[in-house]
Design a protein around this ligand. Structure first.
Ligand code: C5P
Length: 283
């Protein structure tokens, strides 16, 4: 028997850090949305008690460092399972990019193994298990458009964000999330209007949403990698309705109501960066 799970990328329409907590994590307020760029995971039972990860990507480790491996190990340990599994990861989402590719793969692994091993766990139970592996995993278990708070584990579902075209541009370098959070200064932080953004989405008001998107980590990453600002500037020059860095970066996304604009941004940025995608938001 073979099981397939899709693992969609996410963008942060909003990301605010409120304060640093005792446990070292930041208390966050985020608005996340899934887009239709996805990895694909295939699961197959193995007779021997082992976890085998295979992938078409040269960037992914296939051992315990991979969050998909950790997901399988966590379920095996928690429920004392002795069946083995082979998981094949078809990688389409750029790695270490601010698009939650690793977290989404991990979430897809938890959903897929829940089916493969007939564990009967609810999405809420999978999200709770996933929070042990990474802060973005609980959101990725559910996907869609959501208001996410706490360390990333409190999820309020929102109506799907107003439909539009999204151009994703990933510059060459990778960014370490913990290092960007580590450089965040609460003296100079610019807090986006997350409540206003949430209201815009609830009202399905595309224009207001484009005015309210914002990311408190953006200026930190731009200081280190000015190319992020250059991409934003080019996107606006080519007609984006709005442009913002996702997560801790370095991927920047442009929002466009018109497909022709998205195409113009794609053409304008394709020579500047290798990894450029036009995608749609997911319901
Ligand atoms: O949970 P995860 O391992 O994905 O987080 C990566 C890093 O991002 C953490 O080590 C931490 O430095 C930072 N982080 C944070 N506050 C959060 C989530 C992540 O400071 N709420």
């Amino acid at each position: 028997m073979e099981i397939i799970e899709k693992a969609p990328a996410k963008i942060n329409l909003g990301l605010d850090a409120l304060y640093k907590r005792q446990d070292g994590y930041h208390e966050l307020e985020m608005i996340m949305a899934s887009v239709d760029l996805a990895d694909r995971l295939t699961f197959e039972l193995l007779p021997k008690n082992e976890i085998v990860i295979e992938t078409d990507s040269s960037f992914l480790p296939v051992d315990r460092r991979n969050h998909v491996y950790q997901a399988a190990e966590l379920l095996k340990d928690t429920f004392q399972l002795t069946q083995g599994v082979k998981i094949y990861i078809e990688k389409r989402i750029p790695v270490a990019a601010g698009l939650a590719g690793g977290s989404s793969d991990c979430a897809a692994a938890l959903r897929g193994l829940n089916r493969l091993w007939n564990l009967g766990l609810s999405l809420a139970e999978l999200a709770e298990l996933g929070s042990k592996i990474g802060s973005d995993v609980p959101y990725c278990i559910h996907g869609g458009t959501a208001f996410v708070t706490g360390r990333g584990e409190k999820i309020d579902f929102l109506p799907s964000m107003p439909q539009c075209w999204v151009v994703l541009v990933k510059p060459k370098m990778s960014v370490s999330t913990s290092s960007i959070f580590g450089s965040l200064s609460f003296n100079s932080i610019q807090h986006p209007d997350i409540r206003g953004l949430k209201q815009a989405i609830e009202a399905d008001d595309y224009l207001l949403m484009t005015e309210k998107i914002g990311n408190a980590l953006e200026s930190v990453t731009i200081k280190r990698h000015p190319v992020v600002q250059q991409i934003k500037d080019r996107m606006m020059k080519y007609g984006a309705d709005a442009a913002l860095m996702s997560g801790s970066g370095p991927t920047v996304f442009a929002l466009c109501e018109k497909k022709t604009r998205a195409q113009r941004i794609y053409n304008g940025l394709k020579g500047f960066c290798d990894e450029v995608y036009i995608v749609r938001t997911l319901k």
